[in-house]
Write a protein that binds this ligand. Sequence first.
Ligand code: ADP
Ligand code: MG
Length: 443
Amino acid sequence: WDAVLGQMKESGLYDDVIYTTYIQPSKLFRISGDVALISVPNNISSSIISGNLEQWSRCFAQATGSDHTLQIILNKDVEKLMPSTVLKKQTDSLFEDRFNKLYTFDNFVVGKSNREAYAAAIACCNYPGQFNNPLMIYGNSGLGKTHLLHAIGNYLKENQPEARVIYIYSEDIVTLLIEAMKSKNVPGNSVEDIKARFMECDFLLIDDIQRMKQSASQEIFFNLYNKLIAENKQIIITSDIHPSELKGIENRLISRFLSGLKVRVGSPEFETAKAILKKKIEGRNETIMIEDEVLDFIATKFSSDVRKLEGSLNELFFKAILENPGIIDLKFAQSVFSDEPIPVVEDDLSIGKIKSCVCEYYGLTKNQIESKSRTKQISNARHIAVYICRKHLQVPFVKIGLSFGNRDHSTIMSSYEKAKKMIKQDPLFKTAVEQIETKLGIR
Ligand code: ADP
Ligand code: MG
């Protein structure tokens, strides 16, 4: 670079003062491939050199004997390109509190689908490294796994402030270790140094392990992992897929993961989905009212993914701000989600009509089908009517219950489930359902 500078000075392109102030301080930072990075102190230097880049390139080619594309970067950006400084910053921040304050155990709605994961997460905090190591929480995306990891972080901060907690994405561990391998000669940045930083933790929370890719760093990770477990550091891992199906991760590592406790989070059942909606609404301080029926509607429609469930609320409130409907009722909600495949509500099909049709089919009166009678014929008729209402009108069980002698939600739900089961098991029952549907014009 000195030779290049010398030549450019000779060229007479630059005034002496300009040369000493803006050109001389430039440095050849790095050559990678056919790009030569030239670092300069400031923007003025950068524009002066860039103004004659062709001459600079020619000079550079003469000095080095090969062609390179010159790229000018500012000194302040050079730091960002140095693996050692990146690494230092990253490891320094390993123990920082990165937890979302809204993701707490208190804000986590517990139901059948996630009870086990919730209980195991709390147990890990209170009995770290004792029996659930590692704890592996797995289940489809959007079902609260990250929420639980953050809840652990927040809980520990409050109840065991001295605990050292690392929360990290699996791919960031890989990046860290690879950087460490590259900078083995930089003091404080070797693989051993990074491992030592990890060993300082009491809890290691690894999110989305399915994103960990095969790389040379897995060997190091394997060692680190074993060391952490041996020293009873509590490890909690989440995965979008069952651990045995993890791809790109060595088998011996997978079998280590499998040796702890695995708990699955599933899609929330209706009641849990609804409770989650209520919780999220509570946290929002919205002034506009939302009818309970709307919650039934979105809880039924989006419950396979809590993220979507939440997203649907955002969408509703957002549209409500735009359109100001006064109150968010079922009709408004249906219009908001009209581009989604919404449940078909046939105009002339109603609970009343379905009920009459079933009564006619079985020769019963309306009072009989609504009564508490449990004779086989009457209860079968009732199961079918409930089933058809639910299937074709997609109205909440609560609402169906009101039309069937004020029965409660769970009775109606079990009636519906019973019908579904009988359709599979009893051909006569199945035929009855089909004939009634045909009569109603919905088959
Ligand atoms: P995952 O990590 O499983 O993909 P997240 O933890 O990111 O899912 O959850 C997605 C969203 O759903 C978050 O806003 C989270 O708060 C919310 N959520 C999921 N399950 C629950 C629950 N049981 N109670 C309250 N909120 C939940
Ligand atoms: Mg997640």
